[in-house]
Design a protein around this ligand. Structure first.
Ligand SMILES: *Cc1c(COP(=O)(O)O)cnc(C)c1O
Length: 409
């Protein structure tokens, strides 16, 4: 593991100017898009230090998003499990109900500083699309969201939300008509209008500078949580944990604690279990590869094609992961663990029934790991990033598992 001194300057050292975290990251782009991403990168590097940008982003976070979100001590849950104390960073209380708005507002503000007229993105389950459509409405920008036809049919409420917010949802009708094709179509759309539009990625993934930019915009989560936790308890938590899809909510939490003596745990979706192949545990089972313009750990076949992935949580089923996570795994600073669908469901019902908080099924993965840990270790404290609220999941959970009557806590 890297020593403590290195981690104190880590934020300045990584990524390198060409977007590398060790061997991971970079920007693998079609030549026509190289200038567009360079423009974003150069603009971000100067704007992120400007007092005007920083104060405007602070005002938006306070007045529009409702930040800071609280840290909450789960006393009933902790007592039920033993004596390990579980705390939640309540990103479910951020406007629109999840952490994603943190980077979408940053990307939207950057677009207005650059004089762009339109935000472009793809979306799978629609969560990123809704957050971006919200940001576009706030800033008075146009918004094109590319979405596979199959996903449009599955995620009707999010499609309605995006349209109500004024976004154009553009159906992608080729191939499997899901996220992968939507990414390709969004890139193509961007290629045609990069002078007046900006591409907005939904996690700490994609070509440089997005893994860095999205991390920086999400870091508010960890900086708030660290100060709040110290104020509440007089100490740092023993462990901070978060679920990892692309990895933005986890990087948001971890960044503030990298130089601290705090164990950091990223929780990957193990779906139906490691032996079934139905999971999306890209760090646990992946190998180095390039997808969507960046190098990272990738679930891939022998030809280097991404493998089909699965999780009960549609926000976590991505065959790769942010390059910074691959690097933090490599240097041993963050432990990557996993939780299955079944464990996430138990956590979902446990938090609902014992604390009155219905979590997003994604966030329930982080909580499931904390619950497992608390059952085995009867001391210490864990800060869990509750990345979102579960309203979007209740219909699916109810149809398949009822109201959790079999779970008695
Ligand atoms: C999208 C989403 C995630 C997964 O994305 P990350 O980039 O890994 O954070 C997790 N939780 C919620 C609530 C989400 O909407």
């Amino acid at each position: 593991m890297t020593n403590h001194r290195d981690l104190e300057t880590y934020g300045k050292d990584f990524p390198t100017p060409d977007g590398r975290f060790g061997r991971y990251g970079g920007a693998y782009l079609p030549p026509q898009l190289v200038p567009a991403f360079e423009e974003i990168s150069n603009a971000y590097e100067s704007i992120c230090h400007s007092a005007k940008f920083i104060s405007e982003l602070r005002r938006i976070r306070k007045e529009f998003q409702g930040r800071p979100t609280p840290v909450y001590h789960c006393e009933r849950l902790s007592n039920h499990l033993g004596n390990c104390q579980i705390y939640l960073k309540r990103e479910d209380l951020n406007h629109t109900g999840a952490h994603k708005l943190n980077h979408c507002m940053g990307e939207g503000l950057l677009a207005t500083f650059l004089g762009k007229k339109k935000l472009i993105a793809e979306t799978g389950a629609g969560q990123h699309g809704v957050a971006l459509a919200t940001a576009a409405a706030y800033f008075g920008l146009e918004c094109d969201v590319y979405m596979g036809e199959v996903d449009i049919a599955k995620q009707a409420p999010n499609v309605t939300r995006m349209r109500m917010l004024g976004a154009n949802v553009i159906p992608v009708t080729h191939g499997l008509r899901t996220l992968k094709e939507a990414v390709d179509a969004a890139f193509e759309g961007y290629l045609n209008e990069y002078e007046t539009a900006i591409y907005c990625i939904g996690s700490v993934v994609g070509p440089h500078p997005f893994p860095k930019m999205v991390r920086d915009f999400q870091a508010v989560v960890g900086h708030e949580a660290r100060a709040q936790f110290v104020e509440m308890t007089g100490m740092l938590p023993d462990i901070a944990c978060a679920c990892v899809g692309g990895g933005s909510n986890a990087m948001g939490l971890f960044t503030a604690f990298l130089a601290d003596p705090v164990r950091l745990v990223g929780v990957e979706p193990m779906g139906r279990g490691p032996k079934t192949g139905d999971h999306a545990a890209s760090i646990t089972f992946g190998s180095p590869g390039v997808l969507h313009g960046f190098e990272s750990l990738l679930l891939q076949d022998k030809q280097g094609e991404p493998l089909p992935v699965y999780s009960i949580a549609s926000g976590l089923d991505y065959p790769s992961v942010g390059p910074e996570h691959a690097y933090l795994h490599e240097i041993g600073r963050v432990d990557y663990e996993s939780a299955t669908d079944a464990e996430a469901l138990e956590a979902f019902f446990m938090l609902s029934k014992l604390e009155g908080i219905i979590p997003a099924i994604e966030s329930a993965h982080a909580l499931a790991w904390a619950i497992r840990y608390a059952r085995q270790n009867k001391t210490g404290s864990i800060l869990v990033n509750l990345s979102g609220r579960g309203d979007k999941d209740i219909d699916y959970v109810f149809e398949n598992y009822g109201c959790g009557e079999e779970f008695v806590f």
